[in-house]
Design a protein around this ligand. Sequence first.
Ligand code: SAH
Ligand code: MG
Length: 213
Amino acid sequence: MNNYEAYIATFGQEKEALLQEMEQYAKEHYVPIMESDGIATFIGLLALQKPTKILEIGSAIGYSAIRMAQAFPNATITTVERDVERYEKAVEYIERAALTDRIHIIEADALALDGDAHLEESYDALFIDAAKGQYKRFFEKYAPYVVPGGVVYCDNMFMHGAVLLADEEVPRRRRSMIRKLKEFTTWVMAHPDFKPFLLPIGDGLLIAIKKET
Ligand code: SAH
Ligand code: MG
C-alpha cells in the first residue's frame, strides 16, 4: 500500500480479511493479480458503466472477479482460467466469499473454449487479463460478445515498463510477447468499431468502447 492508498483507506472500512489473505497468497506465489491503484480505477470506471454481465479472461485466483462481484451486487461474472492450480484456488476463494451464485468460473484455455456453448449470448463488459502476447486473439474472439455501447478493458498494457524499451533491450525470452502486445496496441487504437482510450494507471489500462452501429 502506498501513502495515497493508506490515506484513502482512512475514509473507508478496512479491506476484509479474505481479500488481504488473497493479496498475501498472490505475493507469496507470484500470482500477478491487478495492482491496487489499477483495480481501484478499474472498479470506478465499471461503476460509471454499470455492467450487469461481465466476462473475464484470466481469473488467476479470482481476486479481480471477487472485487467486481463485491462492488456490484447486481452483476454476474463469467471468468476463464487455464491453470488448474490457480483455478482450484479461485474456486476455494469464491466459495469462501459466498459468491458462487454470481461468479461462474470455467477451467479452460480461453483460446480453445467453445464460447457459444459455455458463455452467455452477450456481456456489457469484457476484461482481458490473460497471456499478454495473445491479446489480439482474445479480443477478436470475445469482443463480439460485447453489446454495442459495452466496453472492453485490458490490463497490463505497459508490461511493467517493458513497452518503453527498444526491442533489443527487452530480455530475449519476452521479446516476442512484448512485440505482439505492441502490435495489438497499434491495431486496437485504430479499430474502426471501438473508441479506445489507453490510460496511464496501474500497469496501463485500455478501455475500448464498442460503437453503437
Ligand atoms: N485477473 C486476475 C489476474 C490474472 S493473471 C486478477 O487481477 O486478479 C493472468 C491469468 O491468465 C493467469 O492465471 C494465467 O494462467 C491465465 N491465462 C493466460 N492465458 C490464458 C488462456 N489462454 N486461457 C485462460 N487463462 C489464461
Ligand atoms: Mg493483470
